[in-house]
Design a protein around this ligand. Sequence first.
Ligand SMILES: Cc1ncc(COP(=O)(O)O)c(C=O)c1O
Length: 437
Amino acid sequence: MSRERGTWSPSASTLNKAKAVMSAAEMSGNLYRNGLGMIASENIVSPMVQKIVASDLHGRYAEGLPGKRYYQGCDDFDTIESAGIELARSVFNAPFANIQSTSGTVSNIGALKALAKPGDEITAVSTADGGHISHARMGAVGLRDLNLSTYPWNEERMEPDIDGACDLIRSVQPKVALIGQSVFLFPTPLKEIADAAHEVGAKVMYDGAHVLGLIAGGVFQDPLREGADVMTGSSHKTFPGPQGGFLLSSSEDPTFQKKLNNAIFPGVCSSYHLHHVAGKVIALAEFEEYGESYAKDIVKNARHFAQALAAEGFDVLAESRGYTASHQVLTRHGSTDSGAGAKAAQLLEDAGIITNMNMLPGDTKALTPSGLRLGVQELTRVGMGALEMEEVARLYARVLIQGEDPSQVKKDVSELKSNFQIIRYCFNDEEQNGYLL
Ligand SMILES: Cc1ncc(COP(=O)(O)O)c(C=O)c1O
């Protein structure tokens, strides 16, 4: 290897490392091209989003807000971000939108920075009941050094015990009443909680990371009109954009809005990944056009999939409530803390079905839970409907109930998926010939 100017060529070993990384990325693409992506927090981005995420914007900076930048050369990006703010306000029906945050967690850290100071009280759903790690002392709540009290949980209804949550809020008098979970089957009755929170001077923060696309599509709940002051979320789960976050508010108050903007920049971001912001703007435009039908189809598929799994003999949670009102379905595969969820997830992966193990009510150990959390938003995005939900439930049963060799089932998984290679609910739908990676 020579490092002289003009004659440098990479050593075989570093080039091979880079090639191995390229090849692993391609294999990962193949896994989902041939298999079924059913992790509830994931999605695939449209061809137009893929293109803009790989654009020159990737390498640029634009600190500040449109028209008020710390860097030159931002005029075109100002056009993009201004269009995005308008679109986000329209898609989420929100008086205020900040689209800069680089993830749902970063949105949460920013919101907590704006709404509370170290030593303040916060109430939230515990991680054991489906709350996110950023709602816990191990995550953003701890980072902000807030004192956490968790709501009592109604296992039957899979939501906070509303009277208990209101009592907790009235007794703790938090600065922030945080609502929302990673395991999110049903809308939270928000109004009562918001009334209790506002009574004691708390702000209501709704974490819609998982269900943001369902909210924007009008099929879940409408937190900003049900009492939430602030709504955070990821831009890449049921909202099908690139990885990133949103920070939204029902407040018309310019001082509060400025506080929220400042909490993102300079609060928790410097460069805020302009290529992803641009991708979010395209995804917002696509959502404005196709989002409502996408959201409806997701929930219809989730219910149908849950019913089909139950018909195959699976223990599907929340039967008394019709299993689900979101994109998620929860299944139990053994006794509490048995690790049966982990085993089921591995067998399914061996059959080309990608899921994640999940704690269910009663489980106490995150690494040996009894359940699976399944999401249908990605299968819906490639055009699967009721018949395919039944077919997928049968594939689950072959692996997990009939005990068939997963490698045999994998062939049928791949066959099924071969008919669903086009990303739907987005622009230039017809011109595609499959995933880019
Ligand atoms: C409720 C909730 N909030 C926040 C997050 C974090 O989102 P991100 O992965 O975009 O940081 C998640 C992730 O799944 C989540 O479930």
